[in-house]
Write a protein that binds this ligand. Structure first.
Ligand code: ADP
Ligand code: MG
Length: 162
């Protein structure tokens, strides 16, 4: 599915809508250039899982663990990773094959250890459509969830301007 957003709040709300429906064992991969909105999307997804503490990109650790939500949430940011061996050192398999929800920013950098299937989220800018425009392409999400997310997005759009 493809969703277009026009500001940070819309991207957050998309993440939120998906987070509310996230299921144990799912792995979300996030790809897109620096500053495109991966962390904003992640913050929305975490909020949708019921996590209230602030979620930011883990800077000194590869993974940040949140256990206060509806499901455990494992937020990876592998931007600074040198080698996938670093993933082994933190015991990534416990998270990838565990009972929580994993989300990996810059997942393309650890492509070789990603299990299948994943839910792949690609965020892209298009400056011709404006500085804050983002095209968000999501692959691998259940049809039924897509339908729900779409209708929530439409409701959101109708509310704009009210
Ligand atoms: P990343 O994690 O991909 O490096 P961030 O989520 O940290 O990026 O930052 C995205 C930046 O882009 C924020 O400053 C945010 O305000 C801005 N922004 C502008 N428009 C959007 C949009 N439509 N969706 C998400 N972020 C947006
Ligand atoms: Mg980030």
């Amino acid at each position: 599915m493809i969703v277009e957003t026009r500001n940070e709040k819309e991207t957050f709300k998309l993440g939120y809508s998906i987070g509310k429906k996230a299921q144990a064992g799912q792995i979300y991969t996030l790809t897109g250039d620096l500053g495109v909105g991966k962390t904003i999307f992640t913050q929305g997804l975490a909020a949708g899982l019921g996590i209230e503490e602030p979620v930011n990109s883990p800077t000194f650790t590869i993974v940040q663990i949140y256990e206060e939500g509806r499901l455990p949430f494992y937020h990876f940011d592998v931007y600074r990773i040198g080698d996938v061996e670093e993933m082994e050192e933190i015991g990534y398999e416990d998270y990838f094959y565990g009972e929580g929800v994993c989300l990996i920013e810059w997942a393309n950098l650890v492509e070789e250890i990603l299990p299948r299937p994943v839910i792949a989220v690609l965020i892209e800018k298009n400056l011709e459509k404006g500085f804050d425009y983002r095209k968000i392409t999501i692959d691998g999400m259940d049809e039924s969830i897509q339908t729900e997310v779409n209708s929530e997005q439409e409701e959101e759009n109708e509310n704009i301007g009210n």
